[in-house]
Write a protein that binds this ligand. Sequence first.
Ligand SMILES: [Zn+2]
Length: 122
Amino acid sequence: MHEMGIALQIIDIVKASLPEDAKGAPIERINLKIGKLSAVVADSLRFCFEIAVKDTALDGAVLHIEKIPVTARCNDCRHQWTLANPVFSCPACDGGAIDVLSGRELAVDSIEIKDESNSDDG
Ligand SMILES: [Zn+2]
């Protein structure tokens, strides 16, 4: 399953981006940005993530997924637009030489660590 690989990748990124003093701290929420072209099914990804983080510091963390629209630019007239449909020709000049600028990304945008300000006397 494609999403399981991505879930494991996200866990690696989260672990690698935590500062030294936050290692092992419980994670509340992980904000992801996923391009609409990356073909990730959000529900599957959440499901795989929940399995993969079981009994780790990330157990219980919520995946918040923001979908990034697909944007493209025409190499002929430099027109830039957001694709609603997979139409890969320029709406301004009808040229076919376009670059896809965004829509394929899969990035961890931010990580929220649980607030553990409650002091423990015991
Ligand atoms: Zn054009």
